[in-house]
Ligand binder design. Sequence first.
Ligand code: BGC
Length: 403
Amino acid sequence: MQILKFPEGFLWGAASSAYQTEGNNTNADWWIWEKSQKRAEFLKTRQNPAAQYISGVATDFYHRFDEDFSLAHQLNHNASRFGIEWSRIEPKEGMFSEEAFDTYEKILQSAKFHNLTVFLTLHHFTCPVWFMQKGGFAKKQNLEYYLRYVKVVAERLGEYVDFWMTFNEPEVYATHAYFLGIFPPQIKSAFTAFKVVNNLIAGHNRAAPILKQITGKPVSMAFHLSDLQPAGPLGGLVKNLAHYLANEYILRRTVDACDYIGVNYYEHHHLTLFGFRKHSHTSHDATDMGWGIHPEGLERVLLYVQKYNKPIYVSENGLADSKDIKRERYIKDHLYYVHQAIQKGADVRGYLYWSLTDNFEWQHGFWPRFGLIEIDREDLLRRKIRPSALAYAKVCKENQLEY
Ligand code: BGC
């Protein structure tokens, strides 16, 4: 067994998003869409009886944040990534909610009280209904609304935030909402999806100086970065093209307006001339959702982003594992490769497991269980610490991995 030490001051914790945990975000596009006819049609194509597709009260984080941060603290986390919901802050165009600001202030104060360094995400897949009625991020002129929201939040809540994240995974949002049609507004147009990606890039580049100027705190976003490997004839060519589109396109255009790089890592694919072989050509272990587990890929992704010479934080990495039989191994294996990347020169300064608690997994509903902490949906959303959370807590406490 080796003892792998992490750099001093390394940030350890977990990540979550507002809509997936807060509950009752009645002014969000998702809330309305979940109950719409359009969505009902889409659900006919999904056959998982265990799924609960309505977010409802989610994990009730909006009221139970103190309990959750206290658990994170008990688990030796020193950082937390979570989000705020634009549709709560600005439920109607130009109308900012004092109630929402008060609650978010309490949430942020609670995080600080529990000694958590805060990464705050401003947009994580959801938008206010009124904003979507105006065309959402498909219209460039609508960026003005997003920038106004960003400015108000920076002024009102900036004192509690250590790291800003303007957007979570712009291309995942754009492809799911505007190309695959599995998120609202359920559109299937490659052209619109591409427009949305470019508008989000512009949104980030314009939001970053506002956040910097008002708060002086580092700004980035959570980039969805995948480990892509070639397979078969012409696989190399396909890989290069896919890598450019999936990993490079947004990063290159926003990196100058990033003080650090947030890396969300879940995916590893082998690319062939005819697309990608899902997850692997070998027999990688898989999560409850069938996603291949491939920790080595994280090292490659981290070394790849190192070329931009910015501090790197793993802003998401995790798995659905309801029985908690793979999570400890998963975390330790990924951390081993984070450590390898650091040894080879990547400036990685933190790791945030996805997610602190089980939560609403978007189009899949509640059945995928990503949490370090179980949410018992049969028992008043009782929080139960999973054994893997304790194994991770030891790593966080000692700032080292026994491997
Ligand atoms: C998203 C999360 C999601 C997780 C697991 C990430 O890409 O940011 O919202 O829950 O993947 O699917």
